[in-house]
Design a protein around this ligand. Structure first.
Ligand code: ZN
Ligand code: ZN
Length: 563
């Protein structure tokens, strides 16, 4: 899929314009377009072929022309010109958290730093701290950010990797010899990030299936190629491994390569106890295969109920299967509405009416408009006058809607001292308040925890939005005591959010901790455009990894229960 490549070019154009000190709106339009493309589930070339580029939110005529240029020529003139002006190493510096164009320019002018390696050396030697307006703390922060960057750089985000994998599966199925194709590995288990993509296929002519795979237009390097296996690197830098297996072993291979390794070890021990042998070809009694075509068969001969991939982490799921105590995992179809999304009143791209129409299309019964509060200036947060206007608009809209309700809400900033960014007079007029932290990420754990608990104990708050501040692959969670926050949330009847967008916050691990303290959850997309409403599935996946059931999730409830 070329979405990733086009997004990368747009991201770089935006980065260079930012470094050059160009107009903020100009570079942001490229950055936003890049994000949109990464979140797009449809193939950009298909959209282009249908002449619908300008139908993508945030893509105007100029950007549509650039996309067409990239799809037709593989390049973009603007991008090439800007690249010629700038060193690639300088651009990479922009990917370090907390480093903006101003600091980068300063480091370059004063210390000649033009890549991450030089920056790291300078920070380690203590040279950065001596610069004007820097100091020991800023230097330590930069070093920490470089270490995070090194950890992330080789892994893909769940959302982009899933769309890419689904696109590749579609491509494999275009081959007439392929009867089944699925992706496996940590991606199928729904991990936040994945190292590479594992694809399994079966069908009549193994050789031709492998040839079809290698012929994909995005393959930039073939690492290995054999009778049953091939490994490639795609244009975007992602490694994809294909294994072609016999039809009678497809389920066994899917199970084996989905892992996790530790889960597989647990079930292998179980098989041995039963006098069976399990491997990627099947389950065997002596030499005889007794299961292998489907995963269901495999669980059956092991004496287990089917365990969904999201739970296969060796976190007690095998024992729970035996004891009949596996969760009845929440499903996407259980979700009845989205309670955190933005419109063009703040930093969203679509009108409220457009968001409502898109939510209705998804079969939802409600949504909550939750634009930013005043102090979120970058996000065009609503002041008291504008939130009152919006409340009126929602009331008028609800009179026209049938079988659908828009809750009046807001994503209210939690200020440094834990108080909220709207006065009680406004909060009292709203149906549903999501309180979120968007600033002061570096407080100590004790301070951050106290700040969140104070916000949670505000009687107007319904949900703590993206509770740890993490953005997967981009920003680590801030320091906090999640158990203490969960206890306070349970006590005050405040739900914790599972944010389905790039944040994936809470994480599966934190969900399990929080659940132990009796908390309820909401799964929201935090959509900033209509297409992002479709990201709900990733929050649901994360909730399933956190052992949640329908009853744990408030937005599986009908309108009346929330009203
Ligand atoms: Zn937010
Ligand atoms: Zn938001």
């Amino acid at each position: 899929m070329e979405n990733q490549r086009v997004a990368q070019i747009f991201q770089e154009i935006g980065d260079i314009l930012e470094l050059k000190g160009e107009n903020r709106f100009r570079y942001l339009s490229y950055h936003r377009a890049a994000q949109t493309l990464l979140n797009l589930s449809k193939d950009i070339r298909k959209i282009y072929d249908n002449g619908e580029l300008e139908g993508i939110p945030g893509i105007g005529k100029a950007l549509a022309e650039k996309i067409a240029e990239i799809l037709n020529t593989g390049k973009c003139g603007t991008h090439e010109r800007l690249l010629a002006e700038f060193d690639k190493g300088l651009l990479e510096l922009l990917t370090i958290r907390g480093l903006g164009p101003k600091k980068i320019k300063k480091f370059y002018d004063e210390l000649g730093i033009d890549n991450i390696g030089k920056l790291k050396t300078a920070a380690e030697k203590g040279v950065l701290a001596d610069l004007e307006r820097m100091g020991e703390k800023s230097q330590a922060d930069i070093l920490k950010a470089i270490q995070e960057h090194e950890k992330h750089v080789a892994r893909s985000h769940l959302i982009t990797a899933t769309f890419l994998a689904e696109f590749l599966i579609g491509y494999m199925k275009d081959c007439s010899k392929v009867s089944r194709a699925e992706y496996a590995g940590s991606l199928r288990r729904g991990r936040e990030t994945v190292g590479d993509i594992d694809i399994l296929a079966t069908g009549k002519d193994h050789n031709q299936i492998i040839r079809h795979f290698l012929a994909h237009q995005d393959v930039s390097l073939v690492l290995a190629q054999g009778e049953t296996k091939a490994s490639v690197i795609l244009e975007g830098g992602v490694q994809v491994d294909l294994r072609v297996v016999d039809e009678k072993s497809f389920g066994a291979a899917l199970y084996y390569f989905t892992g996790s390794k530790n889960h597989n070890i647990a079930t292998r021990k179980l098989a041995i106890k039963k006098g069976l042998k399990i491997n990627e070809y099947g389950v065997f009694k002596g030499e005889k295969s007794i299961a292998g075509k489907t995963e269901k068969e495999i669980f059956k001969v092991l004496g287990l109920p089917y365990i969904i991939p999201e739970l296969r982490e060796d976190q007690g799921e095998v024992q729970a299967g035996f004891d009949g105590k596996l969760p009845k995992s929440v499903e996407l179809a259980d979700i009845r509405g989205d309670l955190h999304l933005h419109t063009n009143w703040s930093d969203g791209r679509n009108t409220l009416e457009e968001m409502v129409a898109a939510a209705q299309k998804l079969g939802y019964e409600y949504l909550c408009v939750s634009d930013h509060s005043t102090s979120a200036r970058i996000a065009n947060g609503l002041d008291l006058g504008r939130i009152k206007d919006q409340i009126k608009q929602v009331e008028a809209l609800n009179k026209r809607l049938r079988g659908f309700k828009v809750f009046k809400g807001a994503e209210v900033d939690i200020l440094t001292d834990g108080s909220l960014d709207f006065p009680d007079e406004i909060l009292a007029q709203l149906d549903w308040i999501t309180a979120s932290v968007h600033s002061k990420f570096t407080l100590s754990s004790a301070e951050q925890t106290a700040r969140l608990i104070k916000a949670i104990s505000n009687p107007y708050v319904h949900v703590l939005g993206h509770p740890t501040g993490q953005i997967v692959n981009r920003r680590e969670p801030y320091e906090l005591d999640i158990a203490a926050v969960a206890r306070a949330a349970a006590k005050n009847n405040v739900a914790l959010e599972i944010n389905s967008n790039m944040r994936l916050d809470l994480s599966a691990t934190n969900i399990r901790i929080a659940k132990e303290h009796g908390v309820k959850f909401v799964i929201n997309t935090d959509a900033h455009s209509i297409d992002q409403l479709g990201l709900m599935r990733f929050g649901v996946t994360t909730a399933r990894r956190g052992w949640l059931e329908k009853g744990d999730v408030l937005n599986t409830l009908p309108i009346e229960a929330l009203d």
